[in-house]
Design a protein around this ligand. Structure first.
Ligand SMILES: Cc1ncc(C[n+]2csc(CCOP(=O)(O)OP(=O)(O)O)c2C)c(N)n1
Length: 581
């Protein structure tokens, strides 16, 4: 029997770590590993058309399951394509291992064909990034990468030359899955810190909670806390899927794409309690309120706004320990008024989510019908651009549905590859990609992946003929829009030509039937929704013309739906918008 190679040990170690598939594109520097995977027959090779999509797909899988997902690229350009997707994984803090193949080991440092330095290139988007240049480093380097990715919830990159992968293995494998994947410890704050926090909360009359993705799994605790404090809960986009549902305390989102009620609840409180959120936009934080923050990452405390108290802890565990220390007695006035504001904001948004039969199809309408018709456990992915706004505002979460995006990294073209990862992970669930026409085109080759791999992904294209979000930003800045127009094909006809069911809708009267046809189709299907180009994600009464004289930030604030009251603030913050996109 031939001796096991390093590549064989890769296949065995990944299997031991529970890895079910690897997303990637092959190349000769990867041949050793792909061949070992083929011979082993336990890990599926998911052949994407661009490695960037492979990284996004792995990130989606890791985010949905919380478990290690893997992508791979061949040497030089092959693994460089991974980088954008890996940045997204890294910023979303999901456990992903990237295998970055390297040129022949003897050629390193000679400016050889396809030579790059992966250990430099990936440094910034990883928690661990090392090269295996000798058989004696295995399996320790790979094992450490796996532990780093899962333990720190981030990206680990292992670079290895093709010839090194084919060398004979020298050492034994990890002894058990448990030794590779130690479970995460629960993090409890110190009792004295909890007492301080309880004191602060008891002394504050108007507490607002800002809840982020760190609230995953803590829905019960969050509601119990809000009930004791009679607090409105504002959610950040990353928290939407974990916070918004079955929640009478929720008053919407704040931020660039949020709505007035969320913004107001943050600004009117005398104490802000941040739970598992790294919401980045500093100008949306109150300046006078006291602030306490709970996060598992100490480096996140006080990162976005000055805080009075920071606790390192899991949100759920911390609230459980905090609740017995709190005195009840907060009256419900602040909450009631925030909820009234929310009802008004919600009504305003809902009024925008319809279109006249025979008239222009509004994207809000498309998003609302999608939400109404999608299954109860659908996984939605939404492209950066206006689809993220429609998803944030019109998708109804229920605790079983999931929503993924590129919420921290902000990359276009995330939705389709994330849908590929989601569908591979959950073959039986309905997976819906809310794609921009620009976003879809950017990684359009992945439509071929969808078809070739046989994934029943549903793709809803918001086809507005423009890079809409940027067009709006340019108009708001008083610039003539440049480089935004998209001369699109009939995406439905294009889908059909490659074996994906395609339906095009232009008349709002046909929307509901078209959506039903696409969502219920047994295989991959695409809805080309030809939507209004000049759709403004802002209150209907304010026109672009009115916004021309405003500063970028003020206009952006209006787009976010917070109305006139913010214009004064905008005057002092000229130019801020440019840093966001
Ligand atoms: C990779 C990348 N390139 C450029 C941008 C800047 N950007 C943000 S949104 C956007 C437009 C997206 O257009 P589209 O997908 O058509 O969606 P729309 O906003 O029109 O709905 C652009 C160019 C980005 N965020 N990511």
């Amino acid at each position: 029997m031939p001796k096991a190679t390093i590549a064989d040990h890769f296949a065995q170690t990944l299997h031991l770590a529970g890895v079910k598939r690897i997303y990637g594109v092959v190349g000769d520097s990867l041949n050793g590993i792909t061949d070992s995977l083929r011979k082993q027959g336990k890990i599926d090779w998911v052949h994407v058309r661009n490695e960037e999509a492979g990284a996004f797909a792995a990130g989606a899988e890791a985010q949905l399951t919380g478990e290690l997902a893997v992508c791979a690229g061949s040497c030089g350009p092959g693994n460089m394509h991974l980088i954008n997707g890996l940045y997204d994984c890294h910023r979303t803090r999901v456990p992903v291992l990237a295998i970055a193949a390297q040129i022949p080991s003897a050629e390193i440092g000679s400016n050889y064909f396809q030579e790059t330095k992966p250990e430099h290139l990936f440094r910034d988007c990883s928690v661990y990034c090392e090269t295996i240049s000798d058989a004696s480093q295995m399996p320790r380097t790979l094992d450490t990468a796996i532990r780093a990715a899962t333990g720190h919830r981030g990206v680990a990159v292992v670079s290895i030359s093709g010839d090194v992968a084919l060398r004979a293995a020298e050492n034994g494998l990890a002894r058990s899955a448990a030794s590779l994947l130690p479970s995460r410890p629960g993090i409890h704050p110190q009792p004295s810190d909890l007492a301080d926090l309880a004191g602060l909360l008891d002394r504050s009359a108007r507490v607002t909670i800002l809840a982020g993705r760190g609230c995953a799994g803590a829905h019960r605790q969050l509601l119990e806390l809000a009930d004791v404090l009679q607090s409105p809960i504002v959610h950040a986009l990353g928290g939407k899927e974990h916070v918004e549902y079955d929640n009478v305390f929720d008053v919407g989102m704040t931020g660039l794409i949020g709505f007035s009620s969320g913004y107001d609840a943050m600004m009117a409180c005398d104490m802000l309690l941040m739970l598992g959120t790294d919401f980045p936009y500093r100008q949306f934080y109150p300046t006078k309120a006291k602030v306490a923050q709970i996060d598992v990452r100490p480096e996140n405390l006080g990162l976005r706004t000055p805080i009075d108290l920071g606790l390192v802890g899991d949100v759920g565990l911390t609230i459980d320990a905090l609740l017995p220390l709190l005195k009840s007695g907060h009256d419900g006035k602040f909450l009631a008024s925030a909820r009234e504001d929310y009802a008004k904001a919600r009504k305003g948004l809902d009024e925008l989510a319809q279109s006249e039969p025979g008239g222009i199809l509004h994207p809000q309408h498309v998003a609302r019908i999608l939400s109404e018709q999608a299954s109860d456990d659908a996984v939605f992915t939404c492209d950066v651009g206006t689809p993220v706004i429609w998803a944030a505002r019109y998708l109804r979460m229920n605790g079983r549905r999931r929503l993924l995006g590129s919420f921290n990294h902000g990359s276009m073209a995330n939705a389709l590859p994330q849908a590929i990862g989601a569908q591979k992970t959950y073959p039986q669930r309905q997976i819906v990609s809310m794609s921009g026409d620009g976003g879809l085109a950017m990684l359009m080759g992945e439509l071929l992946t969808v078809r070739q791999v046989g994934l029943p992904v549903k793709i809803i294209v918001f086809n507005n003929g423009t890079l809409g979000f940027v067009e709006m930003e340019m108009k708001v800045a008083g610039l003539v829009e440049t480089g935004v127009s998209l001369d699109n094909p009939d995406f439905a006809a294009m889908a059909r030509s490659i074996g994906i069911h395609g339906v095009r809708v232009t008349d709002p009267a046909d929307l509901e039937d078209a959506m039903r046809e696409v969502l219920s189709y047994p295989g991959a299907a695409l809805l080309d929704a030809v939507t209004a180009r000049d759709e403004l994600s802002m209150p209907p009464k304010i026109t672009l013309e009115q916004m021309k004289g405003f500063t970028l930030y003020a206009a952006k604030a209006i787009i976010s739906g917070r109305g006139d009251e913010i214009i004064e603030l905008g005057k002092t913050n000229k130019g801020l918008l440019s840093q966001f996109f």
